[in-house]
Design a protein around this ligand. Structure first.
Ligand code: SAH
Length: 453
């Protein structure tokens, strides 16, 4: 019988979906943080539950062939990355297998499906176009950085290998200026202090937007801070103060005051231009997003007579890409500001055959269908929880030729494919695209087609 406190030597036989190593002791499953498949390790049993136990990694006796020295020195404390101890190619294989395993678990029919290797990055560093760091005080010192794994404690970092060099520079200078100008970090416990978070966004031309999130409008010495930042870091094109007065772990509030520049930056995907405001959702790895969406458009194979739906359309990125090939595109999205942006983006890019609706997809889609608006091709890009049952049901009723599903969660993807299967559809192509190197996130696009009746 396994008991807490026992020391065991185990071989890691798999990685689970949160990238914990999986081992078996007398057929009992044990999960071990920071251990990877192929490692032989010494562990201490920390938490024995009914069906599994959690072990703490004490020593690596023999490393897996995929184990590497983490390229980032903060890896073992920072919660941002989970896979920095694993070779990049092995990460790509892991991500493809994650999707296959979820399909199998859900008994998806893969007989006719082509599953491609994950599309990775040539240089998987400094790819993020947005980072949000918390600002805190520890032992009287200002600290800025991401949260630790699983907590809201700030890790003090002076560089992050996933963000641009200029963003690193901005973080360091901002910290110096807070000290120099006597600006206090906000303290959630006492609800005192000024700066809560900083958010840095950049476009592909490396123009930066700095968002300084404060607890109230009062921001002492802001003029000196802005002047120092913008004169020392030429890439900073705009600075926005965002006010978040709530006692919450959400990064931003809803009020923005532009302190410098236009308050927005522009970025492009393919030949389309998008305007980005502090709160706009925009995919965070533009190089890979382009590959992901190009695959989605290729799978959709839209022709000039096709009516296309882009459900969960955000600011209309996929809709506007599809509009080039389609007779008409309908975009559906729950966040009103995103739809306002989507309409502006259509105008900016001279696209006239895209129409956007604000509302819940599960309500709007049946409504459109009842008005006899039907799709030949449906593209969905839902959040982690996947599509609502009503969305799947309406798609099946509409009976489009093709459904292209862009997913950030393989388990809800597989669940939804299984539902579509029972409505007469079949999985044809699967493509994982590594949007988030060194993290456990798995992004995937699949083609599902209507079976001939
Ligand atoms: N395709 C877009 C956004 C994908 S993210 C892009 O690539 O930029 C998923 C989107 O679904 C978010 O914009 C979110 O606001 C939206 N969303 C979440 N729940 C929804 C619902 N029930 N109905 C419609 N949209 C929803």
């Amino acid at each position: 019988m396994l008991e807490n406190g026992q020391i065991k030597e185990v071989e890691i036989i798999d990685l689970n979906h949160t990238v914990q190593g999986v081992a078996k002791i007398d057929n009992f499953v044990v999960f071990i943080d920071k251990a990877i498949k192929g490692d032989l390790v010494e562990i201490e049993i920390k938490e024995k539950k009914k069906n599994f136990a959690v072990g703490k990694l004490l020593k690596i006796i023999e490393p897996s062939k995929d184990r590497i020295n983490p390229p980032c020195g903060y890896f073992y404390e920072c919660g941002g990355c989970q896979l920095m101890h694993m070779d990049y190619n092995a990460q790509l294989i892991y991500k493809k297998n994650r999707v296959i395993n979820e399909m199998r678990r859900n008994s998806v029919n893969m007989e006719d499906a082509v599953v491609n290797d994950t599309i990775g990055m040539e240089n998987p560093f400094r790819y993020r176009n947005k980072t949000a760091f918390s600002v805190a005080k520890k032992n009287k010192e200002i600290i800025i950085g991401p949260y630790e794994q699983g907590t809201y404690n700030t890790v003090n970092i002076s560089n992050c290998m996933l963000q641009s060099n200029e963003a690193d520079k901005t973080v360091r200078l901002f910290k110096e200026l807070m000290i120099k100008c006597n600006i206090e970090a906000y303290d959630k416990k006492t609800e005192k202090g000024t700066v809560r978070n900083i958010v840095i966004r950049n476009n592909r031309q490396n123009e930066l937007m700095l968002v300084i999130v404060t607890a109230t409008e009062n921001f002492p010495n802001k003029d000196i801070i802005i002047k120092e930042l913008t004169s020392n870091i030429k890439e900073i094109k705009t600075v926005v103060q965002n006010i978040n007065s709530k006692n919450t772990n959400l990064v931003m509030g809803h009020k923005n005051i532009t302190l410098y520049g236009e308050g927005t930056i522009n970025d492009n995907i393919g030949d389309l231009i998008f305007t980005i405001s502090p709160e706009t959702f925009f995919q965070i790895n533009p190089e890979q997003t382009e590959k992901l969406y190009n695959t989605a458009i290729e799978y959709a194979n839209i022709s000039k007579d096709d009516v296309c739906f882009d459900i969960y359309c955000g600011i209309g990125t996929i809709s506007l890409m599809a509009a080039k090939y389609a007779k008409k595109v309908y975009g559906v999205e729950i966040v009103e500001q995103s739809i306002i942006n989507a309409r502006e983006n259509a105008v900016k890019n001279n696209i006239v055959n895209a129409e956007f609706f604000t509302g819940k997809a599960e309500k709007l889609l049946p409504k459109l269908y009842s008005k006899n608006i039907k799709a030949d091709v449906v593209i969905v890009d839902p959040p982690r929880k996947g599509c609502e049952q009503e969305v799947i049901d309406t798609i099946i009723s509409m009976s489009p030729k093709k459904v292209v599903y862009v997913s950030c969660n393989p388990s809800t993807l597989a669940r939804d494919i299984k539902l579509l299967e029972s409505g007469g559809y079949q999985l044809k192509k699967v493509q994982t695209v590594d949007q988030f190197p060194w993290t456990h996130h798995v992004e995937c696009v699949v083609l599902i087609t209507r079976k001939d009746r």
